[in-house]
Design a binder for this molecule. Structure first.
Ligand code: ZN
Length: 295
């Protein structure tokens, strides 16, 4: 065998070439099966989208959900991954219809900012492949709010993410402390549980040389929270719904970290690397921390 005399590096690139050569065959075989999409376990991409409920963290819930223009509306339902537009149908006829592009879409959830001209009425989703959903639940549009509750997340509903003894360190641990520090460090012992501060959906799970093991949650209001340096890779998967208080992992010091701590980031809607931007999470962290201490 000639490979015996090759370096390890050569062998590796050979293996990669071999995989590349096999992959198209595998795809062909898969494409020939009768219902590949169904086999994956999800609905077919051609299935008609359906909107079953609406939620607007910045508005109020009731028989009819209310949402101010400019705020993030969450549509829940089926077959929503392929959504390319949300149509706010307003009153009768199409003249007052307003379209908006979703900031996020996953099989059961679409987030969209209520466009400025939207009128109260039903809401439907247009899927790239399967066309329009039936008109969904009614939405009452409110004038744009002057305050921006979405910018710091649903503070009141949040839970402090570290379930143990902790502190916020010094200036270098704060937002903007040190070069490009985009979050707040929460110093705690390795092994202390980390929970999701807000309810939402797992947006990202990965390992990165600086962040270590990390998870990003996109909350229902479109903001994102990142949890970094976790001791082990999280068992959560992208797209899974997560409730505030559910455990994401434990404090560690993976990646670029000199001590056990949680590096916590808070991004404005529409979220982490989806057009949002990082903000100082310390005020809202302190609010949650005080709530925990007072309860
Ligand atoms: Zn940090």
């Amino acid at each position: 065998m000639t490979t015996l005399t090759r370096t390890r590096r050569d062998t590796r690139s050979r293996t990669r070439r071999a995989i590349a050569a096999v992959a198209p065959l595998a795809l062909l075989a898969f494409g020939a099966s009768p219902a590949p999409a169904a086999m994956i376990g999800g609905a077919s991409p051609d299935a008609t989208p359906e909107v079953t409920s609406l939620r607007c963290p910045a508005g109020t819930a009731g028989d009819v959900v209310q949402c101010p223009r400019g705020e993030v509306l969450r549509l829940s339902g089926e077959n929503l991954r392929d959504a390319r537009a949300v149509v706010f149908l307003g009153g009768k006829g199409s003249r007052d219809d307003r379209r908006a592009t979703p900031t996020t879409s996953s099989p059961h959830r679409v987030l969209v900012k209520v466009p400025s001209g939207a009128k109260s009425g039903r809401v439907r989703v247009i899927s790239r492949r399967a066309g329009a959903s039936a008109p969904g639940p009614a939405l009452q549009i409110l004038p744009a709010s002057r305050v921006t509750p979405a910018s710091v997340g649903s503070g009141a509903e949040g839970i402090f993410p570290v379930r143990g003894k902790h502190d916020f360190g010094t200036e270098v641990n704060g937002f903007g402390g040190g070069r490009g520090h985009q979050g707040q460090d929460i110093l705690a012992n390795c092994g202390v549980p980390i929970v999701s501060a807000l309810s939402g959906e797992i947006q990202h799970v990965a390992f990165q040389s600086a962040a270590g093991n990390y998870v990003v949650v996109q909350a229902d209001d479109g903001t994102s929270q990142a949890y970094m340096h976790m001791r082990e890779p999280s068992t959560w998967k992208k797209g899974q719904p997560v409730k505030a208080g559910e455990q994401l992992g434990v404090v560690g010091q993976t990646g670029r970290a000199s001590a056990c701590h949680l590096h916590f980031e808070m991004w404005t809607a529409p979220g982490w690397y989806l057009g949002g931007e990082p903000i100082d999470p310390l005020p809202v962290l302190k609010q949650w921390d005080n709530q925990a201490a007072g309860s």
